[in-house]
Design a binder for this molecule. Structure first.
Ligand SMILES: Cc1cc2nc3c(=O)[nH]c(=O)nc-3n(C[C@H](O)[C@H](O)[C@H](O)COP(=O)(O)OP(=O)(O)OC[C@H]3O[C@@H](n4cnc5c(N)ncnc54)[C@H](O)[C@@H]3O)c2cc1C
Length: 378
C-alpha cells in the first residue's frame, strides 16, 4: 500500500515512520525546503509520551530534552514572588514528562525514520482527486502520483484540508483574540542570569515565560490579549523588567493567533487529516505535539493490516471514531484554560497569584503539582 503524507512535522513524521515499519511505501511532501528550525519549548507528557514509548522514540527524545530546576513567578520589577520546583510537575505524572524544544522532537523523529521513507522537500500537493479507489495527485514539482491514501499532516493551515474540505477560515477558531509569540534567541548573559530557572510573569491579558537553554540561548513565549502582531514586541517589553530583557533576545519570532481547528468529518474517501490540520488544541492545552504523536500512532494502528482500498476507508473511519472524543475533550480544556494564561480581570489575576504564592508554603507545591498531573492525565 502507498501513502502520501503532506507535512514533515511532528504528526507527519510519526505517522510515516510507523506506517513504513508496517510495510507501507510512504512518501512525505514538505513545503519547507529543509527542516524548520523555529519553535520553542514544549511540555511533553500524556498520550504522546506513552505513544513515543511504544514507538521506541523515548531514548531519542530524552537525549534531546532540556532540564530546569524551578519555575519562578516574578513581578513587573523582576522580584521573585513564588517558586515551584519543576521536578514536582514530573513527579505528578509519574516521571513521564519532559521539556523539549519542538524542533528537537522533529529531529528525533527524523533520526528514527526508516530509510525507505522518502521526503520531498520544497514540494506541496497542488491538486488531489479521489477516483473511488485511489487519490490522483499533482505535486508542485510537476509529478503526478497515484496513491492509496493522502494524509493532511500539514498543520493549522493545511493544504490537504483546503483541497478536500474548503477554505481555511471555516476551520480555524481563534480563542479570545489572544496572540501568541514564541522565539529562540542568543543572549548568553541573560541565560546565565536565569540560572537554570524558568521565569514567568502574568499580568492582566498578558503572560510571558522565558527559559535559558544550556548553550547560551534563551527561548520564550508570550500570550497577549488584544494585541496586533506588529505590536507584539512592544507589548512584551511593556510587561516589565523580564519583558524588556526578553525582547533583546527575540529574533524572528513565530507569531500567530491562539487558535484551534475544528473540522467535520476528518475523513473524505481516501483523504484524512491528522494533527493540527484537524485537531489543534492550541498552546493553551499544551499538548499539541503529544497529541500529534498519539494520533499518528492511532491512525497507523488502524492501517497496519490494510491490503485493499476498503481496508483503508474502514481504518480511517475507526481512527476518527476513536480519536475525535479525545481531541474534543482536550480542546474544551484548552478553551477553559484561556484565563489562566492571560487573566482578563484583576480578580482572576489575584487568584492566580495567590495560588502561586501559596506554592512557596511547604507541601502546597506538591498539591499544586499533583493537581496539574490530575488534570493532564484525564
Ligand atoms: C513553530 C511552531 C512552534 C510550536 N510550538 C509548540 C509548543 O511549544 N507546544 C505545543 O504544544 N505545540 C507547539 N506547536 C504546535 C505543535 O508543534 C503542534 O501542535 C504539533 O506539532 C502538531 O503537529 P503537526 O505535525 O500537526 O503540525 P506542525 O508541527 O505545525 O507541522 C506541520 C508541517 O507541515 C508543513 N506544511 C505546512 N504547509 C504545507 C504544505 N502546503 N505542504 C506541505 N507541507 C506543509 C509545515 O512546514 C510543517 O513541517 C508549534 C508549532 C509550530 C509550527
Amino acid at each position: 500500500m502507498h501513502a502520501i503524507v503532506s507535512g514533515a512535522g511532528v504528526a507527519g513524521l510519526a505517522l510515516a515512520g510507523r506506517l513504513a515499519l508496517d510495510g507501507w511505501t510512504v512518501e512525505v511532501v514538505e513545503r519547507a525546503s529543509a527542516p524548520r528550525a523555529s519553535g520553542y519549548l514544549i511540555d511533553f507528557f500524556g498520550p504522546g509520551y506513552e505513544a513515543a514509548d511504544r514507538l521506541g522514540l523515548l531514548p531519542a527524545l530524552t537525549q534531546r530534552a532540556e532540564s530546569f530546576d524551578e519555575l519562578r513567578s516574578v513581578d513587573a520589577s523582576g522580584r521573585v514572588r513564588a517558586t515551584l520546583p519543576i521536578r514536582l510537575v514530573g513527579d505528578a505524572v509519574g516521571g513521564r514528562y519532559m521539556t523539549i524544544l519542538r524542533q528537537q522532537v522533529v529531529d528525533a523523529l527524523h533520526a528514527q525514520l526508516p530509510a525507505s521513507v522518502r521526503i520531498r522537500w520544497g514540494v506541496q500537493v497542488e491538486t488531489a482527486h479521489d477516483d473511488g479507489t485511489h487519490v490522483q495527485l499533482l505535486l508542485s514539482d510537476g509529478e503526478r502520483v497515484q496513491t492509496d491514501l493522502l494524509v493532511g499532516a500539514d498543520g493549522v493551515g493545511s493544504r490537504v484540508r483546503q483541497l478536500g474540505w474548503g477554505r481555511h477560515e471555516r476551520f480555524v477558531r481563534p480563542i479570545e483574540r489572544l496572540l501568541f509569540a514564541a522565539w529562540l534567541g542568543e543572549d548568553a548573559g541573560f541565560a546565565a542570569d536565569l540560572d537554570g530557572k524558568v521565569a514567568m510573569q502574568t499580568e492582566l491579558d498578558r503572560q510571558l515565560v522565558v527559559a535559558p537553554l544550556g548553550d547560551g540561548r534563551v527561548t520564550g513565549f508570550a500570550v497577549l490579549g488584544g494585541v496586533a502582531p506588529a505590536d507584539a514586541r512592544q507589548a512584551i517589553a511593556g510587561i516589565g523588567v523580564l519583558g524588556r530583557r526578553a525582547v533583546r533576545a527575540i529574533r524572528e519570532p513565530y507569531i500567530d493567533d491562539v487558535a484551534q481547528t475544528v473540522v467535520e468529518p476528518w475523513v473524505r474517501g481516501r483523504m484524512v487529516l491528522l494533527g493540527d490540520a484537524c485537531a489543534a488544541v492550541s498552546l493553551l492545552a499544551g499538548q499539541g505535539a503529544s497529541l500529534a504523536i498519539a494520533g499518528a500512532e492511532r491512525l497507523a494502528e488502524e492501517l497496519a493490516f490494510a491490503k485493499h482500498p476498503s481496508d483503508v476507508t474502514a481504518g480511517l473511519a475507526t481512527y476518527e471514531r476513536d480519536w475525535r472524543p479525545v481531541i474534543e475533550r482536550e480542546q474544551a480544556r484548552g478553551r477553559a484554560a484561556a484565563g489562566t494564561f492571560a487573566p482578563h480581570t484583576r480578580f482572576e489575576l489575584e487568584a492566580q497569584r495567590a495560588v502561586l504564592k501559596a506554592t512557596a508554603l511547604p507541601g502546597v507545591a506538591h498539591l499544586v503539582a499533583r493537581a496539574a498531573g490530575g488534570v493532564t492525565k484525564r
